[in-house]
Design a protein around this ligand. Structure first.
Ligand code: BG6
Length: 472
């Protein structure tokens, strides 16, 4: 039995996108290339040149978001649309685009929630070493200052860096690591240190320039279970939790490296170079809230005998372990026989969502907002232009139920932004892996007419918002 509390009256029901996955117009009106624009993709999936062409459809899209009833809309600014070379000259057409977009959002009565950087580092910075080069910290600070000055009159909620932890743990997939780097793991943890400094500086700047605004980090947090009650499995779960989750939030919230990860880095000769003054910056830059993305839980064991070879496994954990030999004997991703998984092998774990909210709130005692959560699926448009995405509705329903329980547990949660507001191109599985409430009529390579269609989940989420989470 649990006595439940309702969602707060001013709860920010929202939805999310990111610039490179939704905007398109990759080389139009002065935009410079990002690392994503210069990457190559398998022939059978879409690249990121056109995506959902939101750049040319933003008015229609925002009107649909208004109809959906969104209280907030989370999107990212493309750094290289504002600064084509990452630094230096500003692009007035880029400035104008985000002015129009933000005005459109505000006029629709929606609170903008802006991510500064969502995977799309300007390519010009990458050519100078990207996050391995400390000058990228200065470029980011300048970019952040400019966005605060340009849009801070209308934007109250800011996010620094999307899923920095995934960029470090999956350096060769979504990170910015040069493939020829001699010691990739060491380089990644050095990049991590630089990104942390960039984030801290942005938070300090935000508080100075926009005292009314709020800013926070946006890592991907997974709920991590020990595979069994075997004590060693619990050690492995703690190892993985620290490496995957807490390193990033401890640095953001407390300005310190946590002891477990520090020793891990030391043992593996991966310690970053820390210059004098760095830790002071990290201690000064504090968030006002914690945003996080949650999709799935992960189960880990201490060693191989606990794995169920050949059975379903969480690809995220298993991948991490295979990607980096340094994690050998630190944790091992294994199957969780208690959970179902989606079409892409991601475990569906709504209770893990509640566990994660409780755990983060217990550790950091800061207001929380969910900036991503959702179901990727091969949606089908019927002949009469309908999309019956009942699986998505079910996924979102059971996750929102758990949020309500988390709030009833005492967690201070002020918003929920599922991924994604509208269909967009997934990080590495094309547009066919759809997440949106709104269907975009295109295929991997056939751009068709880009028409927008409301999915069944659109009408469902509209009711959820209108009833403040009561009508699920
Ligand atoms: C998050 C990212 O990791 O998950 C998004 O912030 C991404 O950019 C989302 O699209 C879903 O992942 P994927 O790989 O299915 O696109």
């Amino acid at each position: 039995y649990k006595q439940t509390k309702p969602f707060p009256a001013d709860f920010l029901w929202g939805a999310s996108t990111s610039a490179y996955q939704v905007e398109g117009a990759w080389d139009q009106e002065g935009k410079g290339p990002s690392v994503i624009d210069m990457a190559t993709f398998p022939d059978n999936i879409s690249d990121f040149k056109v995506t959902s062409d939101h750049y040319h459809h933003f008015k229609t899209d925002v009107a649909l978001f208004k109809e959906l009833g969104l209280k907030t809309y989370r999107f990212s600014i493309s750094w290289s649309r504002l600064f084509p070379a990452g630094d230096g000259e500003i692009n007035p057409q880029g400035v104008a685009f985000y002015n129009q977009l933000i005005d459109e959002i505000c006029n629709a009565g929606i609170e903008p929630l802006v991510t500064l950087y969502h995977f799309d580092l300007p390519y010009a910075l990458q050519q100078q070493g990207g996050w391995s080069n400390r000058q990228t910290i200065d470029a980011f600070e300048r970019y952040a200052r400019t966005t605060f000055e340009l849009y801070g009159d209308r934007v109250k909620y800011w996010l620094t860096i999307n899923e920095q932890n995934m960029m470090i743990l999956k350096g060769d997939v979504i990170g910015t690591l040069d493939p020829n780097t001699e010691n990739p793991q060491k380089a990644l943890y050095q990049q991590n240190h630089h990104m942390m400094l960039a984030q801290a500086k942005a938070m300090i700047l935000c508080h100075t320039l926009l005292p009314q605004a709020k800013i926070g980090p946006a890592p991907n947090i997974s709920c991590i279970y020990a595979a069994s009650s075997k004590p060693e499995d619990n050690i492995a779960a703690q190892n993985y939790s620290s490496i995957r989750n807490w390193l990033y939030l401890d640095l953001a919230c407390h300005g310190r490296y946590n002891a477990l990860v520090w020793r891990f880095l030391e043992e593996k000769s991966l310690l970053p170079e820390i210059l004098s003054g760095d830790m002071e910056v990290l201690r000064q830059g504090k968030p006002d809230f914690i945003a996080f993305n949650y999709y799935a839980s992960t189960t880990v064991a201490a060693d191989a005998p606990n794995t169920h070879a050949g059975e379903k496994k969480d690809p995220r954990a298993v991948e991490d372990q295979q990607l980096a030999g340094v994690y050998k004997n630190v944790y091992l991703g294994v199957d969780n026989p208690h959970l179902e998984h989606n079409e892409f092998g991601w475990y569906i774990d709504p209770v893990g969502f509640r566990v994660t909210c409780r755990e983060i709130y217990e550790r950091y005692a800061m207001p929380l907002i969910i900036t991503e959560n959702g179901l990727g699926a091969f949606d089908k448009l019927t002949a009469d232009k309908k999309v019956y995405d009942d699986n998505r509705i079910n996924y979102l329903r059971i996750h929102i139920e758990q949020l309500k329980l988390a709030i009833s547990d005492g967690v201070e949660l002020f918003g929920y932004c599922p991924w994604s507001a509208i269909d967009l191109v997934s990080t590495h599985q094309g547009i066919s892996k759809r997440y949106g409430f709104i269907y975009v009529n295109r295929d991997e390579h056939d751009l068709k007419d880009m028409a927008r269609y409301r999915k069944k989940s659109f009408f469902w989420y509209q009711r959820v918002i209108a009833s403040n989470g009561e009508d699920l």
